[in-house]
Write a protein that binds this ligand. Sequence first.
Ligand code: BG6
Length: 523
Amino acid sequence: MDSEVYKKACEVASPRGTEPVSRTPGPCAIQIPGPCGLVIFGASGDLTKRKILPSVYRLQKNRLLPEQFFILGTGRTEMSTDQFRGEVLSAVRNAFPKDFDESSWNELANRLDYCPIEYAVQETYAQSLKERLLQLEKKHKTEGNRIFYLAIPPTLYENVISNLGRTGLSREEGGYTHVVIEKPFGRDLDSARKLNRIVRNSFDEKQVYRIDHFLALETIQNILMLRFANSIFEPLWNRNYIDHIQITASETLGVEQRAGYYEQAGVLRDMFQNHMFQLLALTAMEPPVAFRAEPVRDEKVQVFNSIKPFPRDRLRDYVAIGQYGAGKIGLSSVPGYREEKGISAKSVTPTFAAMKVLIDNWRWNGVPFYLRSGKRLSRRRTEISIHFKPVPHLMFSNTLNEPIEPNRLVLRVHPDEGMSLLLQTKNPGSKICLNPISMDFWYQRNVLMDAYEWVLLNCMHDDQLLFVREDGVEQAWALLTPVIERLESTTAVDQFPNYAAGSSGPEDADLLMRREGREWTPL
Ligand code: BG6
């Protein structure tokens, strides 16, 4: 679509009647949420600076925040509100070096406040935090609507959640009270169940917003629209027409500064239990009765319930893992995983996994879903690729020497957000010359909202659709925990590294496909 036309179609009237904001198509104007106070635990932490605050700033700049709104930052760090404002300012400037708007910042700055807290000490919640919160709620007239955002390490979840419960801060009195919990949500089935119990002691499930930021990406939200707002796909979306599905999330980045966390997690906990399984669920689910949180989440959980458990004795037929060695990303040489800072020289933590998932239900019987994700691969790419079956009879076989490539629908999440459909067409000229062409759709970069903007907006709108429910988390862990445990107990030190940084992953991943006569789409 021509960019001006698209921009026009995207205009959203500003709530204050000033200039329009180009964000989403006209009929889909984003609603400004009602009054709200956002309390961020871990306010001086990395997540707050890299994701949450820049997203709040963007919402402010695009006038998507309510008039009655404040942020109360809290954490162990002793600092004044002015110091906190200074920290937020540098975080925002860092995030938008070329796109910093002084007046939006000033509006936001006036709504920022800070109070220190000792996470484990109940009195500091009852006194400092509660008192400050009540003052701010009065000042900003937020009608008791509160969001507690836990941007803290998971080891602190129990303290904070329990103390919010014990001091009555988790109760809904007049307004709503929501708690936002980041991944990782547990590290196996038992710890996820335990954490769910702790959460349940202080909050009702309808107050709980478990984040999987992939779900909030526009292109992932688009999967449901594409599948259920178009009648042409649904008749084909099953075992009769689909040969197999590939879901890829490859990264060029390595472990970066997260050695401590990543050594304990590895790619299966870090990417599969959450992001990859969520993509799988959205692709495989049955049509929900309504586009609302509960029906959508019910259907996703049904997918998890239908996944065939992985056979422990033949795991290698279903799962391939790898760890990167030294190599080149583009022109730069990069170290292997074991040479990264904070990583053990004998680490057996996988940084890559490929997996075959079978779904035992009417729609998907016999259609494998192949999932792969890894760090330090040749390209950054997240996509879902639907591989249709070949045509049943090749009437061109007398003139064509090669089989023709079956149709493929690719939903691109990163980069080049959009989708493409691979078709066969006749080349002009010779009598029979087939040419694969790709019908492409790209989103315009500047109309996409960041995942964290959506997370915040949806949480303020009381909408849990983009968040993971208790049973969804547990079911995903139930499937993966035995796999992870088995791999952890059987992987030998000399198995790794088994792929070079900058490659497309280990040989075993290719074998997983080749054994079944298939190939990964090149990265
Ligand atoms: C995070 C993982 O959840 O997702 C990271 O912990 C990973 O290891 C990241 O790099 C990928 O997300 P995105 O949005 O950067 O592609």
